[in-house]
Design a protein around this ligand. Structure first.
Ligand SMILES: [Zn+2]
Length: 319
């Protein structure tokens, strides 16, 4: 656990999830407020961080959740039980939080279908799914005390927080904008060193395209006078507008590269991924192949590529 006071009364508690560090934020300016909880096996590290900042859970009046992933809100149930006040989440995220185990089972199943269709070798698929299930269990269902909508503003004494829907990483991601400080608490929407993992959605009836949603979120946030971004992982972003522009440029270039890769002959998503990234470990693959899928989803919608089934694997050629 590491504690850092970023501004007077604004603390970052970094806990090690076992895979990577996650950030929890304490805003202590009149109404003691937490953003996220970390996973369910690091509650003692969270308590230690709060104690070093001079607080404990029974003094926290509001807990906001950015998105329903184990590394951010796995401890929601345990933490909510000890809070003085309310745990709240975006209304659209409520059913995932209250039915977390069923959602995890669905996630593992649909991810398996996605990876098979992407042409990922079976052995690697099994390892990825086993990991997804293993780490997913560092989260559990919890009952929020209340929900909020995007655009809603909460007063925290000398500060305020506005919820801003920033879908892309998940359809129900939300960031929190502290207007007085020009700070955005971004969850996994924006990070300094990593690109956002764009969760693949495979259901046919679901028209949600993670990349379209993400690019729309970037445009929405680009219009706010933000001076500092505090992400769910890694260090603060000191130049938010520069970071967003860089992401936007690299996404455009990424799609152009995919079109070049499939210009000669049809390729599966795994083959496109290999052409882009070479051979990587299964954990990196599980993240970066989702990028390939997200970009192909947009190229398909724009009719720039064509998809063809070959024995249960999708192959993509120029449209
Ligand atoms: Zn995360």
């Amino acid at each position: 656990m590491a504690l850092k006071e970023i501004r007077p009364g604004l603390f970052r508690i970094t806990i090690n999830t076992g895979l990577f560090p996650s950030n929890i934020y304490l805003i202590d300016r009149g109404v003691p407020t937490l953003i996220d909880t970390g996973p369910n096996h690091t509650v003692s590290a969270l308590n230690e961080g709060l104690a070093q900042a001079g607080r404990c859970l029974s003094e926290i009046q509001r807990l906001f959740l950015t998105h329903i992933h184990w590394d951010h809100v796995g401890a929601a149930k345990a933490v909510a039980a000890d809070l003085r006040g309310e745990m709240v989440c975006l209304s659209a995220a409520r059913h995932i939080l209250t039915d977390y185990e069923a959602d995890l089972a669905r996630l593992v199943q649909t991810r398996g279908i996605f990876l098979d269709r992407a042409g990922v070798p079976k052995k690697i698929v099994r390892t990825i799914l086993a990991d997804l299930d293993h780490y997913g269990r560092f989260g559990q269902s919890a009952m929020p005390h209340g929900v909020f909508e995007s655009g809603q503003t909460f007063s925290l004494g000398q500060a305020s927080l506005s919820a801003i829907a920033t879908p892309g990483h998940t359809p129900q991601c939300v960031s929190f904008y502290a207007k007085e400080d020009g700070i955005l608490f971004s969850g996994d929407f924006l990070m300094r060193h990593f690109s956002t993992y764009l969760t693949p959605h495979i259901s046919e009836e679901n028209a949600y395209l993670p990349l379209n949603a993400y690019e729309e979120s970037l445009r929405r946030v680009q219009q706010l006078p933000i001076r500092l971004v505090l992400p769910g992982h890694g260090p603060a972003i000191q130049d938010p507008h520069g970071r967003i522009s860089k992401i936007q440029r690299s996404m455009k270039a990424y799609r152009e590269t995919i079109l070049r890769i499939i210009a000669q002959e049809p390729k599966s998503q795994f083959q496109i991924h290999s052409a882009l990234n070479g051979t990587v470990n299964h954990w990196s693959l599980s993240f970066s192949i989702a990028d390939v899928a997200a970009h192909l989803g947009v190229l398909l919608a724009e009719k720039k590529v064509h998809r063809q089934d070959r024995n249960g694997v999708d192959f993509f050629s120029l449209g």
